[in-house]
Design a protein around this ligand. Sequence first.
Ligand SMILES: [Fe+2]
Ligand SMILES: [Fe+2]
Ligand SMILES: [Fe+2]
Length: 420
Amino acid sequence: MYDLYADYRLDSGFDVAQTARLVARYHYVEAQLMRVAAGKMAELPAWELKCLLGRHLWQDSLHADAWLARLIDLRWPRRAPLNPGEATCQLLRLLDDAPGSAAFTAAVYRQLKPRLAAAYTAHRAACAALADEPTWDLLGRICADEQEQIRQGSALLASFPAEALAAAQSYEVAVGEACDAVGSFADPATAAEREAGGSFEGQLVRAAPPIAARDARFRFGERAADHPPADEREMALVMAHRDADNEMHAAELLGRSLYEHPEMPWEYHVDMARQLWDEVRHAVLYQRYLEHLGGRLGDFPVIPGNYAYRIGLDFPHRLYDLHLRGEKLGMADLIRYREAARANGDSRYALLNDFVHADEVPHVKNGRWLHWLLNDDETAFRRVERETMRLRAAYEQAHADDPIVMAYTGLVPAMLPQEE
Ligand SMILES: [Fe+2]
Ligand SMILES: [Fe+2]
Ligand SMILES: [Fe+2]
């Protein structure tokens, strides 16, 4: 009879305690790769880099989550990470200091991730495939993701200008040296030392940029109202352009919400990473639709408001304004866009808005983190709700030229809001 396990040898390998230490370090490295990339979303200008980071940091959130779950199987009694040691903490702090897009991309995809993938490969080779099949299996799947990420990140890196790559060189060398100081990520002798206070212990929080960076294609500072769309086709182009940009603002804001709160529970970070990736995909969906209509990014002016306004809010008010006000109010519009597109026979736009709407349901649900933050205190929740609405009203009065505001106030009735 066919024997699935015929080729699995009863060989020796790392024991349970050694494996737990390695798994704990993988969790820490993957978690911090996710968090640092999320924090960089608003800071690094290249649109394609933001798109790539959104997808990869979501994958890393799943990798980190799988490692944390595996840790419990390995006789570690609770869902708490271990501290991976000072050299690993220092390496990941250095990653957060990357001086620009080329430096960050080179550090992640030419230094850190290749070493992580090499560790996964080495560990898998040394792993007792039968006795420790769950770890062996995870190593195979996560390593395949990492190798794909390295391919994609390297391709992006190759498209940076030569001067940017040259300027990044000394930083990349420093990251390489910090990696060498850790040694092999698959060496249990240098791995996790003691229980950590959280998945991001030993990491700092850099200040948020006041506006989300855009690359040279984008134009700020022009009033959309000064160039009203000439006809229905141009209106569709303006809307697709605005929605691509606004969805990216949502991703950039979520990146900061994820990055700025290492004290929040691990599950919060997994939720934010997923929503961030969704928003990046929405940005790309509207970008592709714009291109299908014959437009390109940069064809119309953009307004930084969707990120710039919310980044000034404190944590509870930002959670309310994004998840429970913006996301919730935007949902009816998506249905309306879908139905109008169906009536017009525009199957692409109908399908796009159908899926974007489906994604928004869990985004509103993520507002439960505000309830959690407020210890389920209904009075406190109502107070945050009232204050958020009041702050928003004051902002809208002071920013009458913001297209989102104009849509709400009826100044540009056709440009109905689809903000988040
Ligand atoms: Fe990963
Ligand atoms: Fe979205
Ligand atoms: Fe959303």
